[in-house]
Design a protein around this ligand. Structure first.
Ligand SMILES: Cc1cc2nc3c(=O)[nH]c(=O)nc-3n(C[C@H](O)[C@H](O)[C@H](O)COP(=O)(O)OP(=O)(O)OC[C@H]3O[C@@H](n4cnc5c(N)ncnc54)[C@H](O)[C@@H]3O)c2cc1C
Length: 377
């Protein structure tokens, strides 16, 4: 490998693939290296819900920007990406959660995000399998779902059409402060800058990075077209996703285009193995049954786990690392990396090419964590 590149991207998950496409489109000479196949890491384990979330202003800005980029790309996505603008239904169990529904609707409306407050009966009409008696909910019709590994492959093909090179089955041993990487066989490849898009494994290449593995379980069923028609999520999901507790579950179901139902989700720290954890799986499915009692009649065919890359403030790390301005980061996307891959790539390419960014980039800068940051902060 005697060549030199402007950018080496380590990681061919959806974030690395999106960054490669944006950098190659910007005229940079790009090499993407992954020790596994394209989209075979967390991207293969994720749910593929493209969603606007508002846990913080910065999260809202990045998810909204990213969703608008997905909308722009939607017409180009091949059928196997299974893009489906089915919308999100946030379900409120009681009046307290309805207050949150109204707060969200106001905030979204002010920012131009279309959302509709629904009462319990309207919800039942849209989703007859939901248990009767829920208080109501919020419908966000422009949210969507897709199949993440195919989306990663598509983005990488876009990069390749612009001249990017992709090498799979090649492990990176270390990132060089002067730019470039050392591969597992000891050879070096030089580049102006390196981007670590290595998801939950980022601390292996950048020790001390404030990224922790947060395990999640998903279950997929046989095909039951129309069992649900939206990505349905309990409002309590927000507490589960944003709480710092060790273990949590929340009801979340996605209708796949082929009729399969994808059911989530759980969150666990200090669970680095990939084994299915039966007690947490039971809790997760019991939670889903509370919202969809007839789910018990469906046949599940597979269960798997994956690890989200969690940062202390629930925002990704996008930009130059603390170690060197030639080592950049695009990681820490927790449970939103499918959604925010495109926004991450847009910001990263704009920063690398000295262009104005579409949204302020500072909230995602790795510089927000002092060098002494501990992963337990
Ligand atoms: C259960 C679950 C549900 C989720 N649901 C959603 C959802 O509905 N919506 C959403 O937006 N997000 C969701 N996510 C999050 C999303 O899946 C991730 O944020 C996203 O896939 C991260 O992509 P990535 O490219 O950063 O990482 P990855 O896909 O993990 O890619 C990193 C790549 O780096 C490679 N790599 C690592 N180290 C090296 C090395 N030393 N040398 C070479 N290659 C290396 C790996 O092989 C891997 O391919 C979910 C995640 C989980 C676990």
């Amino acid at each position: 490998m005697g060549e030199s590149f402007d950018i080496i991207i380590v990681g061919a998950g959806i974030v690395g693939a999106a960054c490669a496409a944006a950098c190659a489109r910007g005229g940079l000479r790009v090499l993407v290296v992954d020790r596994g196949p394209v989209g075979g890491g967390t991207t293969a384990a994720g749910m593929g819900h493209l969603v606007v979330l508002d846990d913080s202003q910065a999260q809202f800005a990045l998810t909204y920007y990213s969703r608008s980029l997905w909308h722009q790309l939607a017409g180009l996505l091949p059928a196997d990406v299974e893009y489906n603008q089915c919308g999100t239904l946030w379900v409120a169990s009681d009046e307290e959660e309805m207050a949150e529904v109204r707060r969200k609707e106001k905030l979204y409306a002010a920012a131009g995000v279309h959302a509709e407050v629904l009462d319990g009966l309207e919800l039942e009409e849209l989703e007859p399998n939901l248990r009767p008696g829920v208080a109501g909910g919020l419908r966000v019709p422009e949210d969507a779902v897709l199949y993440p590994p195919s989306a990663a492959r598509f983005l990488l093909e876009q990069a390749q059409q612009q001249g990017a090179q992709v090498r799979t089955g090649v492990s990176v041993r270390s990132l060089l402060g002067e730019g470039g990487v050392v591969l597992a066989d000891g050879s070096r490849v030089s580049a102006g800058r390196t981007v670590s898009a290595t998801g939950p494994w980022a601390p292996e290449l950048t020790p001390g990075l404030p990224v922790r593995k947060r395990k999640g379980h998903l279950v997929i069923t046989e095909r039951y077209p129309g069992f649900v028609n939206h990505q349905i999520v309990e409002l309590g999901y927000l507490k589960s996703a944003h709480g710092a507790g060790k273990d949590s579950v929340a009801f979340n179901i996605q209708p796949r285009k082929n009729g399969q139902m994808l059911i989530g989700s759980s969150r666990q720290y200090e669970a680095e193995d990939t084994a299915v954890d039966q007690p947490i799986l039971d809790r997760m499915l019991n939670r889903a049954l509370e919202y969809l009692p007839s789910l018990g009649q469906l046949s599940a065919i597979r269960v798997w786990t994956g690890h989200r890359a969690a940062t202390p403030d629930k925002l990704p790390l996008i930009g130059p690392s603390q170690e060197s301005d030639r080592i950049w980061l695009a990681t820490g996307h927790e449970g939103l990396g499918i959604t925010t891959s495109l926004g991450t790539a847009g910001l990263l390419a704009d920063l690398l090419l000295d262009r104005a960014t579409a949204i302020p980039a500072a909230p995602y800068s790795p510089a927000r964590f002092a060098k002494t940051s501990s992963v337990n902060d």
